[in-house]
Every structure is written in C-alpha cells, then in structure tokens.
Design a protein. Structure first.
Ligand code: SAH
Ligand code: SF4
Ligand code: F3S
Length: 444
C-alpha cells in the first residue's frame, strides 16, 4: 500500500513513527510524502492536552468527508489518544479502520493484512513485551531517537500519560546498545535517549545498569553527541550530573520540568519534590557543569493556583534563570484525578498568567542567549529553514542556530561563531571545521 504517517506529540511518538515506518517498509509497503498520494493514512496522536485532541478530531473529520466523497482511503490511528476510551469513541464515530495503541505498534502489518485481504477493521491495545524491533535509521538521518523505556510510574494529578503508555518498563541493555551501534554505523551524529522519566531507567532491576551508567555506556560508543529527555527531579541523582560533566560527548543541556514554584501547587499536582529540593538540584548542576543550559516545563493556572502561588513560579524562574521554558496553560483532561476532583480556573485568569510567564521567559531567554554572542559553538546543521535563506541546526547545548545557506555545503557538524541572539534563535557564521556528512544537494 502507499502509506503516509502524520505525527503529533512528543519525541516518543516520533520514535514510534520511525518504528512503524521501518515495519511498513520491511512488509513491502511504500511510504509517500503527502497525504493526498496515500491509500493508507496513519495518524499518530497525542492526548496530553485538549488542543492536540482537537487537531485529531478535525483531521479525522476531513478524512471521513473524503471517504464519503468516494476516495478509496484506509485510515489508521496510533499513539496516546488511541489507547484512551476518548480516542476509541472518536475512532468509532469517524470510521477509523486500524487502531493500534502505543504498546501494540508492531501489529501494524497484521492490521493492514486484515483490512486489505478480509475487509475487516483491526484494533489492538495490548502492551507487548518486546515493543521494539531493531531499526536501521533511514539514509541521511543525523538525529537518532532511541527510546530506552516506556510508560510512567508517577501519578501527577493533571497527567494522562500513565494511562496512555502504561507502567514503566525498561528496555534491555543489549537491545539499546544494539540500536545505538546500528545508528552509529548508519552515520547518525546525535543519539537522543528517550523516556518519560529517563532517570528511573533500571530502577528495581538488578540486571540493568542505572541511567547514569547507561549514559556512560552510550557515550563510550564515541557517537559525537548524546542527549536525553525527560528527567524527573525526583530521580535526578548526582551520578547523572557527574556522568554529564565527565563525558565530553554528553551534551551540557538538561531539561528538568518543574511545573510550579509553589509547594502548595506541587503537592496538589502530586509532584514528589518541593521548591527547595528543585533549587538544590539546579545548584549542583550549575556547580558541576560550567555553561550548562537548562530548560523546564511549567503549567500555569493549575486548579486552586492563587496569585501568590503563581508569583512563586515567577520568583523560581528568576532564581534559576532558565535558558528556555515550555509553558502550558492547564488543560483539564478527562480521566485524570485533577479533572475529577478540582475545579478548573476561569480561562481569563489562566490566559493572563500565561502572558506574564511568557514575558518572563522572553526576558531570560534573551539574556541567557546573549551570553553566546562572540563565542564558537558546535552545531549540527540539519535542514533548510522555511524561508530558504538559512540552514537550521542545533548547538551542543540545544539552541536553535541559523547560518546563511551559502556558507554550508554539507549537512552535519559545523563550528559556528555566534553573531547575534534572539529569545528563540542564535544567528551565526560558519567559522571552522565541518564534518563531511551529507551533501546538501542530496538532503534537500
Ligand atoms: N514525563 C515528563 C513530561 C510529560 S508531558 C515529565 O514529567 O516531566 C510534557 C509536559 O506536558 C509536562 O511536563 C507538563 O508540563 C505538560 N502537561 C501534562 N499534562 C498537562 C495538562 N493536563 N495540562 C497542561 N499541561 C500538561
Ligand atoms: Fe505525566 Fe508526571 Fe509521568 Fe511526567 S511524571 S508523564 S507529568 S505523570
Ligand atoms: Fe502526547 Fe503521548 Fe507524548 S500524550 S506528549 S504523545 S507521551
């Protein structure tokens, strides 16, 4: 079949899309670049907030319309929303043919066969023991996502993820290392280790290394760059900071979601740390890793958040001086404890607070980014920017960096001198080495 996959959500979904694409190719199907050319469209969905769910509804409505108008189209749904009753009700309503949950994506070939040969629809919501097949990344892949664990054992009261991805299961060391080496052999320049809480990798499993040890083992492959996300402050131990500090190829960038600066709110969110502990971890990171870049996730307008609570988030922001933050307005998700037990705040209050937080973020990102002007950074140049004038890449510290297109002949690692900075982007000039990676002509 001619297949197109549309991916929403986080990097874990991107990884799952890669897995499904490699299964499809191995099964003799062909991947097409645009939905219009496809016989099968698979929607990889996210359910973390109301907005991504609305996007799915609008796409499913669109596909249904086309089918009613006579287009011969098979529609598949995977990802987090597929695992929830909410998603299954939508699948029924819009006549989705294939539905596979995040634990069952390796059923995709079976699903297509059921639809193609027997005209049946196919649903699978199991959590398989070995979710992962060994992937060989597609040619010209510079960043390789590598999921090291699935699920989440925390119970943050606002969050749907534990229900969509199930309890934590760590992958075997052997399969992780096998995949890391396959990526390296395929020319991947950067491995991104993924999990909802990578720091709990191997917990309760004496046969597995700790996350810090795993990080060292992946770094020892010699791949130019290793990054990881997401870290939960509760399990963020000193040995991880030490491994980051000691391994040259582990990026000096850490994403450590705080969610709120108020202990009262953290308690109601059931986050297992408090403000003082969070600040203690940040202090240790800054002391051990000079020039570290730190980002975070913040939810504003959690039920019961007072003006004073919100101000505590602003003062925490100032104390840390985050380089970047992903800021979300609280979204009440059916099926979560906070949806059931707490009353949502008025939308105006949430919007107004989000606006103030964004101002704070811009101020700090501007200030933090400005410190790189005049310095050289190593940048993985990956693709042509939407305007066609620049190429986009990411620094070792995860900044988005733009360089003029005419200065670059190959995609891959470059030394770039930073000329100017905005809150979101650094602008630079190619100033030194460039590794021979992928000729630009081939990739674009
Ligand atoms: N496992 C990661 C994050 C997973 S979801 C962690 O614990 O840090 C990514 C982010 O989405 C969360 O950090 C949180 O800030 C946000 N988020 C999750 N549920 C949300 C909700 N109901 N409303 C708004 N933001 C939410
Ligand atoms: Fe959701 Fe909390 Fe688990 Fe992160 S740690 S995935 S926010 S329940
Ligand atoms: Fe969304 Fe699932 Fe990721 S809900 S954020 S795709 S884990």
């Amino acid at each position: 079949m001619l297949v197109h996959v549309i991916t929403h959500g986080c990097q874990m979904n991107e990884y799952d899309t890669h897995t499904i694409l490699s299964e499809l190719v191995a099964g003799g199907h062909q991947i097409v670049d645009t939905p219009a050319d496809a016989e099968l469209i698979i929607l990889n969905t996210c359910a973390v907030r109301g907005k991504p769910v609305e996007k799915v509804i609008s796409l499913l409505g669109e596909f249904r319309k086309q089918k009613l108008a006579g287009r011969d189209l098979t529609v598949g749904m995977m990802g987090c929303l597929a695992q929830l009753e909410e998603g299954q009700a939508l699948a029924k309503k819009f006549g989705v043919d294939i539905l596979v949950g995040p634990g069952a994506i390796t059923d995709i070939l079976k699903a297509i066969e059921a639809v193609e040969t027997r005209g049946e629809s196919f649903w699978s919501l199991d959590f398989k023991d070995d979710l992962h097949s060994y992937l060989t990344p597609p040619p010209n892949t510079l960043t390789g996502f590598l999921t090291i664990m699935r699920g989440c054992n925390h119970h943050c009261t606002y969050c749907i993820v534990p229900q969509t991805r199930g309890p934590e299961v760590s992958r075997s060391l052997e399969s992780i290392m096998h995949e890391a080496r396959a990526m390296q052999a395929a020319g991947v320049q950067e491995i991104y280790l993924l999990g909802q809480n990578v720091n709990s990798y191997g917990l309760g499993r004496p046969d597995l290394p700790s996350f810090a040890e795993l990080l060292r083992l992946v770094a020892a492959t010699g791949i130019p760059r290793v990054k990881f996300t997401t870290s939960h402050p509760m399990n963020f131990t000193s040995d991880v900071i030490d491994a980051m500090a000691e391994c040259d190829n582990v990026c000096k960038y850490i994403h450590l979601p705080v969610q709120s600066g108020s202990d009262r709110v953290l308690r109601r969110m059931a986050r297992e740390y408090r403000r003082a502990r969070y600040l203690e971890i940040i202090a240790e990171i800054k002391a051990k890793i000079p020039d570290v870049v730190i980002s975070t996730d913040i939810i504003v307008g959690f039920p019961g958040e007072t003006e004073e609570d919100f101000e505590a988030t602003l003062t925490l922001y100032d104390e840390v001086g985050f380089d970047h933050a992903y800021m979300f307005m609280y979204s009440a998700r059916p099926g979560t404890p906070s949806y059931k037990h707490f009353k949502d705040l008025p939308r105006e209050v949430k919007t107004e607070r989000l606006g103030r937080l964004i101002e704070r973020q811009k101020y700090w990102s501007n200030r933090r980014n400005a410190r790189w002007v005049g310095r050289n950074l190593r940048v993985l140049v990956k693709e042509v920017a939407t305007d066609g004038q620049y190429l986009v890449g990411h620094s070792d510290q995860n900044h988005t960096v733009l360089v003029p297109k005419e200065q670059v002949r190959t995609l891959g690692l470059h030394e770039v001198r930073i000329d100017s900075a905005t809150p979101h982007t650094l602008y630079g000039t190619v100033a030194g080495f460039a590794t021979e990676a992928i000729p630009l002509m081939m990739a674009s």
